[in-house]
Design a protein around this ligand. Structure first.
Ligand SMILES: [Ca+2]
Ligand SMILES: [Ca+2]
Length: 254
């Protein structure tokens, strides 16, 4: 057990398992941040003591959290153009999940937004002074709120492309997470641990998405006016599935 506790570091096995697709440092930092929040959330076990049964001995063992994980594309849109303060809304339910997700243990929703204007802002210039000094683009941004069933809403604002997560189960507070190793847990039976990693009915209900365009024009220069009509984004949502597999820990594991 002490050996397992030594493995405590700042990223959980879960984030590690779903972060392999990430492509830039911003996303990695976001991921670690979300991971830290998840680990810090207190969770009170709902698993009371049962009458003594054959699997009680498992509470004294340490289990390594392993398993398989993957992604299923849900919905997406390219070239969504918003003017300043324009709000885009979308409401879906779990009934709208793709068929292949319906019998899976869906444990998270990942919302990714690419902000086209970050690399190529569509600001317009007008005036005789533009040839000499046209000034510079000002970054636009997207702010938004995403609410999912049985979760606190996520709110955010970003200038560049980003990803946010909503997770549908709470990691046990006594999960021992390692940066470069799987998580460990002890004190529970196998059945209890497996149940902790099931979303169950937490996915049932409405998913509301609200994205607002914040369009900024760069400062005008001498005899050169700058204007910015809009911000353009691509968004895509992915569902993350996870099937937990427990491995009894022993000294030979690592
Ligand atoms: Ca701009
Ligand atoms: Ca723009």
């Amino acid at each position: 057990m002490q050996k397992a506790e030594d493995k405590i570091l700042e990223e959980s096995f879960f984030q590690k398992s779903i972060s392999s697709f990430k492509t830039n440092r911003t996303l990695q930092v976001t991921s670690i941040f979300v991971s830290l929040i998840l680990i810090s959330i207190p969770v009170y076990s709902i698993y009371g003591k049962h009458n003594a049964s054959d699997d009680e001995y498992q509470r004294d063992l340490v289990y390594v959290i392993d398993g398989e994980a993957g992604s299923i594309a849900w919905t997406s849109q390219n070239n969504l153009e918003l003017s300043d303060d324009e709000v885009f809304t979308l409401t879906l339910t779990n009934e709208d999940f793709p068929d292949e997700a319906k019998n899976m243990n869906i444990i998270a929703l990942e919302i990714s937004i690419d902000i086209i204007d970050y690399e190529s802002d569509n600001e317009e210039t007008n005036g005789v002074g533009c040839a000499i000094d046209s000034g510079e683009d000002a970054y636009d941004s997207i702010s938004g709120i995403v609410s999912t069933p049985n979760n606190e809403p996520l709110d955010f604002e970003y200038h560049s492309s980003f990803t946010v997560y909503s997770q549908f189960f709470e990691l046990p507070e006594d999960l021992i997470a390692g940066f470069d190793s799987p998580g460990f847990i002890t004190g529970y039976t196998v059945k209890e641990i497996e149940k902790m990693f099931q979303s169950g009915d937490n996915i049932v209900g409405e998913y509301n998405f609200e994205f607002t365009g914040n369009v900024e024009s760069g400062d005008s220069t001498f005899q050169c006016e700058r204007q910015d009509p809009s911000i353009t984004i691509d968004y895509y949502f992915e569902l993350k599935w996870f099937d937990v597999e427990l491995i009894e820990y022993d000294d030979d594991f690592l």
